[in-house]
Design a protein around this ligand. Structure first.
Ligand code: NAD
Length: 370
């Protein structure tokens, strides 16, 4: 028998860092940013949805053309139902028809759906071309656009077909939030609260206390708070860029509020919006932390006050009635992060700013929150 050969393929690491620019009016200068971060691009494919392109497409096109880039645009219907493999392949074919080459680039202009889909299209087209993210929903600005996760959904579940593919730049213009509906703004606010609860109690309090200014779309408040939230998420993903760590402040911590939140979303047939469900998931995490003796603080009370101030639902118990429990357990059992013993990685809190990583069965989670 011949001895197996073992070779080591050493991959010199490419610099995958990228700037995140935040400021009112930046969308009007996106052409210059594109020129700087993708200097070899001649053509840019703007991918957007039918709500966002009519609002901001002309401004983006004018800026790209002024920077000497030729522009093609592709729109998708808004919403999660567009995040499909079929639409992704259709977009890749459209880029082939446009004559885009390996040195050209994609610009994602929209919420998290556009960002995830366009990011995956860019990651796969000709084995990967550059993408710049211009997130236009608060959720995409503070969460989805930063971290390099891109994906589409499968019938079996959300985000099951995806990749890590880092953008060349992220351009965040808080002025576009003026046209974002309140309910969508609330979804982003829930993720900001989550970042504060995980990493920075001062941010948690500032978001809570500035609820009115946030809903007024006061850009003098929104800009700095978005920057803090993005900074907290960025610090987390830098510690664990490919989600390989199980440690307390690695990327896994970002699941705070999401285990129960996702189950509620599924259980209610998506009648609850994602951010609303995450808010309820934060309450659940606080309650569980107290019941399991991780904290003696009234974290549930703190989180409830913040959610009320931020116009997010707080009626967790309504969704935990006896008739709903088996569906919730089933939904949690489908969690991607479960081990051979059906235990799920669950993020709890010892206090605001101090996450704890637990391993629990869905039954134990439900037991601790009802
Ligand atoms: N990649 C990641 O790390 C990550 C993280 C969190 C969420 N996500 C994904 O993000 C998606 C949710 O993102 P979302 O909440 O932005 O949803 P979305 O993209 O569906 O946007 C919400 C709605 O707001 C509209 N909209 C967006 N910007 C607007 C603006 N400025 N003015 C008016 N309308 C505007 C959209 O057309 C849509 O109808 C999910 O698919 C989720 O899986 C990804």
């Amino acid at each position: 028998m011949t001895r197996p050969l073992a070779l080591e393929v050493t991959v010199p690491s490419e610099d995958l860092s990228y700037p995140v620019k935040i400021g009112s009016g930046l969308l009007g200068g996106v052409g210059d940013t594109m020129r700087r971060v993708t200097p070899r691009a001649r053509q840019v494919a703007v991918i957007s949805d039918t709500n966002v392109l009519p609002l901001y497409g002309a401004r983006v096109r004018a800026s790209l053309e002024a920077a000497g880039l030729s522009v093609v645009s592709h729109v998708i219907p808004p919403g999660e139902t567009s995040k499909t493999p079929q639409r992704m392949v259709a977009l890749v074919s459209a880029l082939v028809a446009d004559g885009l080459g390996r040195s050209d680039a994609v610009l994602a202009l929209g919420g998290g759906v556009v960002g995830d889909l366009a990011g995956l299209v860019a990651a796969l087209f000709m084995r990967g071309i550059d993408v710049v993210q211009c997130p236009t929903s608060l959720l995409a600005q503070v969460d989805a656009s930063v971290g390099g996760k891109v994906a589409v959904d499968l019938p079996e579940g959300k985000n099951l077909l995806g990749a890590f593919a880092f953008p060349r730049a992220v351009v965040i213009d808080p002025a576009v939030l003026q046209t974002l509906p309140d309910e969508e703004l609330g979804c982003g606010v829930a993720e900001m609260l989550k970042h504060g609860a995980l990493f920075d109690p001062e941010h948690f309090a500032a978001v809570r206390d500035q609820a009115d200014a946030i809903y007024r779309r006061d850009e003098a408040v929104l800009g700095p708070q978005i920057a803090i939230s993005v900074g907290l998420k960025a610090a987390c993903v830098i510690r664990d860029p490919l989600e390989r760590s199980d440690a307390g402040k690695g990327r896994i911590a970002l699941n705070l509020g999401h285990t129960v939140g996702h189950a509620l979303e599924l259980g209610e047939g998506y009648a609850l919006k994602h951010g609303q469900a995450v808010g309820l998931g934060l309450l659940a995490a606080a309650r569980l932390s107290k019941r399991l003796g991780l904290t003696s603080l009234d974290l549930e009370g703190h989180i409830r006050t913040a959610l009320e101030a931020l116009r997010l639902p707080t009626d967790l118990d309504t969704y935990l009635t006896a008739d709903r429990r088996s569906a919730l357990i089933e939904a949690m059992a489908r969690d991607k992060k479960r081990d051979a013993h059906r235990k799920i990685t669950y993020i709890a809190l010892a206090r605001l700013g101090e996450p704890r990583v637990l391993s629990l069965t869905p039954e134990a989670i439900l037991e601790a929150i009802i």
